[in-house]
Design a protein around this ligand. Structure first.
Ligand code: URA
Length: 246
């Protein structure tokens, strides 16, 4: 007899979404098991025996995994649909049969490195705080942060109730009005970089993600993407050499 798996795990393995996101879909009543909506979180199913659908489309066992690095332009949303009709990142991909989803998010007005995959397990690993995947950003900010401010950003500042984890911050360029910072963090709170810099008095003018770990954009033009292989995926989990703290 086939082994049973939890519904959210099956959905992640089938490439519908990360396990966490799949739980949201289950809770939202978008998943059916044998034609009936299933909102029970621990539900076990047997692949190939039970019929699973997502938004009434059948979900079948695992597709070929696919990994893409996109240089996201500003003005694109990183959700798979947008009620306001703004352009979505997946519309930049062509001829890809698999249903891929972004790993994490980038704001509408943030550009740069965005991973897309149908591999829910890898996505979950990249997003899980335990793995502390380093994300490096180039931030154009108003003014120039003092050494003291840089140190406080590096050691952690209070954002809401919680202190931010150690980070690395370097000034790449400065003028009398603004500067370009390279900042590496390993958390993934919503709008974290903008909030950190806003809270120390240096609001972000523009933000670009340069890398996940040591997987950088290299010469990838804006709006273009490339397929990743195992050696690229390994780089995601390598600590960025810029990281001085911790
Ligand atoms: N931090 C932000 O503030 N915005 C992003 O899009 C990514 C990280």
């Amino acid at each position: 007899m086939e082994k049973s798996v939890r519904l959210q795990k099956f959905l992640a393995m089938a490439g519908v979404a990360s396990r966490r996101k799949a739980e949201v879909y289950i809770a939202d009543g978008r998943i059916k098991v044998d034609g009936k909506i299933c909102t029970a979180m621990g539900q076990k199913i047997v692949p190939g025996v039970h019929t699973i659908s997502f938004d009434n489309k059948p979900v079948t066992a695992k597709e070929q995994p696919i990994y893409i690095l996109l240089n996201k332009p500003k003005g694109y949303v990183t959700t798979l649909s947008d009620p306001q009709g703004r352009p979505i990142v997946t519309s930049l991909l062509h001829g890809i049969k698999q249903r891929v989803f972004p790993v994490g998010r980038l704001d509408l007005d943030t550009s740069g490195a965005l991973l897309l995959t149908n591999d829910g397990e890898l996505s979950q690993k990249i997003l899980h705080p335990k793995f502390e995947v380093h994300k490096t950003y180039e931030a154009h900010v108003w003014g120039t942060p003092s050494t003291q401010i840089i140190q406080s950003l590096e050691h952690g500042i209070l954002l809401g109730e919680k202190k931010t984890a150690p980070a690395s911050v370097q000034i790449k360029q400065k003028t009398s009005r603004n500067s370009v910072l390279i900042i590496t963090i390993h958390e993934g709170r919503k709008r974290q970089v903008k909030k950190m810099l806003q809270s120390v008095g240096h609001p972000v003018q523009s933000l670009k993600r340069l890398a996940y770990g040591r997987l950088g954009l290299d010469n990838l033009a804006i709006g273009k993407y490339k397929f990743l292989h195992q050696n690229d995926l390994n780089k995601i989990f390598q600590k960025n050499p810029l990281q001085r703290t911790k």
